[in-house]
Ligand binder design. Structure first.
Ligand code: MF3
Ligand code: CO
Length: 247
């Protein structure tokens, strides 16, 4: 069942989302060769606490850290650790924040210093896929219109979308209905209406769409070892217009 949110509730989700926007602005300067993913997680954790908020990930199904940090061939759910990031890596940071009971969820992929042309193109195609998906959020459209826009764009660019993980409704809980696949047919699925709040999150692989989960039970990696990028925003449909809540 889809929980539609009131204007007031959407503003509260936006307060959580604004914290994530600030995190991404500030963490950018910290993502340099030599830093560990654990250090980034600690900085993000303390920032969230300073804002009087909490991580929506920590403790979720036993997830141990405050955010997910996924490097290169890691698609999503990288667990912050002593892994040292290095120049040329791409680093995806996924953060969920809960403030006053309302959750926002967003992710973005950052370059570490100078990266290859191929990684830069992967990042830009993925970010554009997100915005093409967001553009489909209007009254009368369906979830499938978002999915289709993302898949078409990604495949046109020679990349593949991950098929076993999805975007989702969000707000009261981290994962609510509906699921928002990054592939599918236009004009299919749930109708989008005022008050719907969605986390749209294309996960795009430079190579094939096959993935596997590491022994830690969380981290999803590409089967072919090629890099993957991830961009996510929480958005809402308000008065017939899409509003991005995580910046
Ligand atoms: N943003 C991701 C998602 O929407 C991460 C959640 S998994 C967690 O599925 F365990 F880290 F919370
Ligand atoms: Co999400």
């Amino acid at each position: 069942m889809i929980y539609l949110k009131s204007r007031e509730e959407i503003n509260l989700i936006k307060q959580s989302g604004r914290i994530i926007g600030e995190i991404f602005e500030k963490v950018k300067g910290k993502i340099k060769g030599g830093i560990t993913t654990q250090e980034l997680d600690e900085w993000i954790d303390s920032f969230i606490r300073k804002k009087g908020a909490q991580s929506a990930f920590k403790g979720y199904r036993g997830y141990p850290k405050c955010c997910c940090i996924s490097v290169n061939e890691e698609v999503v759910h990288g667990i912050p650790s002593s892994r040292v990031i290095k120049e040329g890596d791409i680093v995806s940071i996924d953060v969920g924040v809960k403030l006053d009971g309302y959750i926002a969820d967003a992710a973005r992929t950052f370059p570490v210093g100078k990266i290859s042309k191929e990684k830069a193109r992967l990042m830009s195609v993925t970010e554009q896929a997100l915005y093409l998906g967001i553009r489909q959020v209007r009254v009368g459209n369906r979830v499938g219109d978002i999915s289709h826009a993302i898949q078409t764009w990604v495949e046109k660019n020679g990349y593949s979308v991950v098929k076993v993980l999805f975007g989702h409704g969000v707000g009261y809980f981290l994962h609510e209905d509906p699921v928002v696949p990054n592939f599918g047919k236009a004009h299919r699925g749930e109708l989008l209406q005022d008050g719907i709040v969605l986390a749209i999150e294309p996960m795009v692989n430079a190579g094939g769409d096959k993935v596997r989960v590491l022994n830690n039970g969380w981290t999803v990696v590409t089967s072919d070892g090629k890099p993957s990028a991830h961009f996510e925003h929480t958005v809402a449909l308000v008065d017939g217009k899409v509003m991005i809540l995580t910046r």
